[in-house]
Design a protein around this ligand. Structure first.
Ligand code: NAG
Ligand code: NAG
Ligand code: NAG
Ligand code: NAG
Length: 255
């Protein structure tokens, strides 16, 4: 009787065991922590269906130079994680990948893009678009809210190291990887690793592209740039900038 009960309990336990997802059968793909991975420019990155979908979505909504920036910053972030035992243990690789791949959706320049608002700063447009992407994706619609929140925060804060450095590791490492594209190797990334990524995705258009894009934001939705780091582009390159009555200074100095 007892042994029969134990036997059926064992059977039940076996049935309840989570099924481990088999790595996709493609060349160059090996399992790590049960998540499939692939190698790009010598860097091991996670390779799951939602990460592939995020990659395709970013490709469709990015000009060529933004796409290369997005790919470099994914790879820098992955290197920062791979070089750091704490991050390797704790960062949610899919959250990081989806956040970094979608971090510049607020720069979508396709005509009449529905991702771009008239009244929100571009980091928030990107965060909202990424949340909608996840919730409408068949692999993302059941993600725990905390994962979606980390993607949202990582994108909304990616230009603010003074804030993201003190946030959850998923958020912090997204920002650090993006920052690396503007400031060079750090956080354990070696020069040869950095050079291999730049060779795969050249960065000569990063500065002119960013300069032109920030100027465009200051022209097309100036209110969203006032009191942000983008304000300097408006002051240098845009006529009748800043708009009156928008800055905190304008509001508080008239008290
Ligand atoms: C690993 O990353 C954590 C979180 O960013 C950081 O606090 C720690 O200093 C890093 N460790 C090393 C050895 O760089
Ligand atoms: C964008 O919207 C404007 C105004 O509604 C319209 O005239 C134009 O044809 C649209 N462009 C595209 C590419 O859909
Ligand atoms: C940055 O953009 C402004 C406005 O288009 C332009 O006048 C300036 O020459 C650009 N600077 C560089 C270094 O590309
Ligand atoms: C910008 O902000 C000012 C001050 O609040 C407001 O009067 C103006 O309508 C805003 N412009 C746009 C385009 O939203």
């Amino acid at each position: 009787m007892l042994s029969k009960m134990i036997k059926s309990l064992l059977l039940l336990a076996l049935q309840l065991q989570p099924t481990i997802q088999a790595p996709l059968k493609q060349p160059g793909i090996v399992a790590r922590n049960s998540l499939p991975v692939r190698t790009i420019a010598g860097v091991t990155v996670v390779d799951t269906p939602i990460v592939r979908d995020a990659h395709d979505f970013a490709r469709r909504h990015s000009s060529d130079w933004v796409y290369k920036h997005v790919m470099r910053t994914w790879l820098y972030g992955a290197l920062i994680i791979n070089h750091n035992a704490t991050l390797k243990r704790s960062v949610d690789l899919e959250v990081h990948a989806v956040a970094v791949l979608l971090h510049d959706l607020g720069w979508d320049r396709t005509p009449n893009s529905t991702l771009i608002s008239t009244d929100k700063r571009f980091e928030v447009d990107g965060a909202i678009a990424a949340r909608e992407f996840i919730r409408s994706n068949k692999h993302g619609k059941n993600w725990a809210e905390l994962r979606v929140q980390h993607v949202w925060d990582a994108i909304a804060l990616h230009t603010q190291p003074g804030i993201y450095d003190y946030k959850e590791f998923d958020v912090k490492v997204t920002g650090s990887g993006i920052n690396t594209d503007f400031h060079g190797p750090s956080n354990g990334i070696t020069q040869p690793e950095y050079d291999a990524i730049v060779q795969e995705y050249p960065n000569a258009d990063l500065y002119p592209g960013t300069n032109e894009t920030i100027t465009w934001l200051c022209q097309t939705k100036p209110n969203t740039t006032v009191d942000t780091w983008q304000q300097a582009w408006g002051e240098h390159y845009v006529e009748n900038y800043p708009p009156k009555g928008v800055s905190t200074w304008d509001m508080l100095s008239h008290w």
